[in-house]
Design a protein around this ligand. Structure first.
Ligand code: ATP
Ligand code: MG
Length: 329
């Protein structure tokens, strides 16, 4: 019996994620805060949470350290998500998000994370080399703590290719810039992340589409550009689409990109068409924006939004050498 495709999520900078709800939040005042939600976080962990919710076998890896690291691993265990991490001498970070439901704002205070020692970097590389062949997809999400070389993701993408694993890159800054040069299977930048690659944010949807096409020209299989609540653009060998999420009652968009990534992988594994994969992704991003915390939307909430996503095909020329009948899986 063939096993179900499995996903490995890599989180270099895992976090204890605290979310406070503060009505009328502003600077230079004291607020009394009722107990906020405290959960395991970091972008790859959010991706793992939504994959687990959707029934996709997933393992979370990366760096963990100290009491915060132990809390993260224990929380994952309680959620039913297996973790296989490299332990660091430094303490995993805390990220604080303050949601103001009155003004619709979201303020984030994110620690940079512990200093990672060179031998810890080598230990994670070794672990990934050993783990990768057991998985079909690997996600590289988020920023890195200090001490991780800028080409870390690029190296994993190359190892992944050699092992026949599809690598999804959803990172920022120099890690992203180096990563795209290593040609991942899929990349999912938002506006700020496009600016890290191209030196400027896209001026609008058309500009974002052009930037996505330029990334495709490098040889990246699937490029998804997210534009917050405006929606997202998909460009692959199948063509280009733009999808707009339905209006949702906004709570917090922290982790919308991660939820989207997980739902797209789920849809790819189900064998869905490119526009349906995008629909599932956009629906999950919206479902996440309507709940408290990162990646806590349910399958039912996502499924209910899928038919409400407006998806339009964008005119797309095929680049030389592209295969017309490229299967997403
Ligand atoms: N307020 C919102 N209402 C509805 N859908 C949303 C909202 N915010 C985001 N989404 C959906 O989720 C997708 C991903 O969101 P976004 O562009 O914020 O990703 P991101 O910047 O990578 O987020 P993060 O890295 O925090 O997970 C968007 O393309 C959109 O479809
Ligand atoms: Mg993101």
């Amino acid at each position: 019996m063939s096993r179900q495709p499995a996903v490995l999520t890599v989180t270099l900078n895992a976090a204890v994620d605290k979310t406070y709800r503060v009505e009328g939040f502003c600077l230079d005042r004291v607020f009394r805060v009722e107990a906020g939600r405290v959960v395991a976080g970091g972008k790859g962990i959010n991706v793992a949470r939504v994959l687990h919710t959707l029934g996709v076998p997933v393992v979370a890896t990366g760096f963990l350290g100290g009491h915060n690291g132990a809390f993260i691993l224990d929380s994952l265990k309680q959620e039913g998500i297996p973790g296989d991490f490299v332990w660091t001498q430094g303490e995993s970070r805390v990220c604080l998000a303050v949601i103001d439901p009155i003004n619709g704002t979201q303020t984030e205070l994110n620690e940079v994370g512990p200093e990672i020692h060179p031998e810890e970097v080598v230990a994670l590389e070794k672990k990934l080399e050993a783990l990768l062949p057991r998985f079909d997809y690997v996600t590289l999400s988020g920023s890195a703590p200090p001490g991780v070389p800028d080409d870390f993701h690029a190296r994993v993408i190359r190892i992944g290719r050699e092992s026949g694993v599809k690598v999804v890159l959803d990172s920022s800054g120099a890690l992203l810039r180096h990563g795209v040069e290593a040609i991942p299977w899929m990349v999912k930048p938002n506006r700020a992340e496009l600016a890290a690659i191209f030196g400027r944010e896209p001026a609008g949807r058309e500009d974002a589409l052009q930037m996505a096409r330029r990334l495709r020209e490098k040889g990246i299989g699937i490029v998804v550009v997210t534009l917050g609540k405006q929606g997202a653009i998909w460009v692959s060998a199948e063509g280009a689409w733009f999808a707009q999420p339905p209006e949702v009652e906004f709570v917090s968009a922290v982790g919308s990109g991660d939820s989207m990534l997980a739902a797209m992988l789920y849809a790819v594994i189900q064998g869905m068409s490119a526009p349906d994969v995008l629909r599932w992704g956009v629906a999950a991003g919206a479902a996440n924006a309507a709940v408290f915390g990162a990646g806590f939307c349910t399958r039912e909430q996502i499924e209910a939004l899928v038919p409400k996503v407006r998806c339009e095909r964008l005119s797309c020329r095929l680049f030389a050498g592209e295969r017309r009948n490229c299967h997403l899986r």
